[in-house]
Design a protein around this ligand. Sequence first.
Ligand code: GLY
Ligand code: MN
Ligand code: MN
Length: 483
Amino acid sequence: MDTTLTESAAAPGAAADTANADTPGGPDGGAALYRARRERVLAALRAQGGGVALVPTAPEVMRNRDADYPYRHDSYFYYLTGFTEPEALLVLDANADENQPASILFCRAKNVERETWEGLRFGPDGAREAFGFDAAFPIDDLDAQIPRLIANRPALHYALAASERFDAQVRGWIDAVRAQTRSGVTAPAAAYDLLPLLDDMRLVKDAHELDTMRRAAKISALAHIRAMQTCRPGMREYEIEAELLYTFRKYGAQAPAYGSIVAAGANACVLHYPAGNAVAREGDLILIDAACELNGYAADITRTFPASGRFTSAQREIYDIVLAAQQAAVNATRAGVNFEAPHDAAVRVLAQGLLDTGILDRQRFASVDDVIAERAYARFYMHRTGHWLGMDVHDVGDYRERGAQHAGETPPWRTLRAGMTLTIEPGLYIRAAEDVPERYWDIGIRIEDDAIVTETGCELITRGVPVNADEIESLMQDAQRGA
Ligand code: GLY
Ligand code: MN
Ligand code: MN
């Protein structure tokens, strides 16, 4: 197994391209990529009768007193711009004629003093050139420019009711246009939610996105390997977490994609348990659900392994059931099937395993179909088998088909298409209880990999870290022997 990450494999240097204050570059992947996405949005808006789209980036958020949380751009805004500075807004004008700008950025003005403290700002001119906009203005000109840009346009398109602050800003801009109606100006007569269009675009990843996700997956897999190799009974959960965080940054990832779960022993039965102070004891399983964000894209990996490097027989039984459930879900993942197919496949294997082990009473359930019909497995498997993955760890996109043909009824589950990316993450969580065989008490196991849907199946991009129990044991034992 390749447990090293070479320059060519992960291109760590590339991760920092857009964040290097000394040598500002353009967007990751090149300006043409983002321009093409903006053109797709403009074409879709023209087909809907025109109007102006407004896409703000995320606000900066105060952590305490004058210290901010690390800044993270808005995913929609980034998807259409590649621009990562705070205080920015994209305007797409689907009614612009040939001589007018259709793709307009508002961003922070150049400011020598602020740049001395905070680092380089592109400024409107620099950003227009590097990121390929038709025009750019300082963010301080928003209230002067937006009413002019939305006047005489039929509609607005933005994330309706997603942010009170932005809703209020839009209202102010519409009011400013209405104030001029006696001069013959018309205000937009309708507002539409822009997000369904962007969600559908984001759901199917392009080659650049898939490449970035493969790299995020590879770095995250290395972090899990390092955690397995360094874990010893007696370590605390946060010490294991430190090995993960070290690896993310070491290979150029900007941040964890979500709060790391490092759960020792019974803590693994708490689904969103954050890494805490608990000691990993001999005989405990360690469940780690952690992955990095690289250039705006998330990975999402879970592995469960024995602190000592050897599964007990009861742990191994449950582990192999979850692994078989995951394999069944993997086998059910391909273009043309619906989103629910991998979940159904995993549930069937888990339900059978719960009967075989006697965790579910074989006297009470005649067959696996009964277990499924009564949802008796849900006491031990209470989450779904996967979710979309992309810029957001629980990425955007409907899980059901939308459209007029389904009005008034529950639409069918979404059909998978090549280029969609999702997790496959079955688990079993067995709390201590009188009616459960004691040998399985407090075992919590999840196995999670990231998949790119292909025409004939799926590509698992997180298998840089072993998943088979024998392979995990030998990786850990090699490390313990110093091999
Ligand atoms: N890490 C969050 C999840 O697995 O859904
Ligand atoms: Mn997940
Ligand atoms: Mn996860």
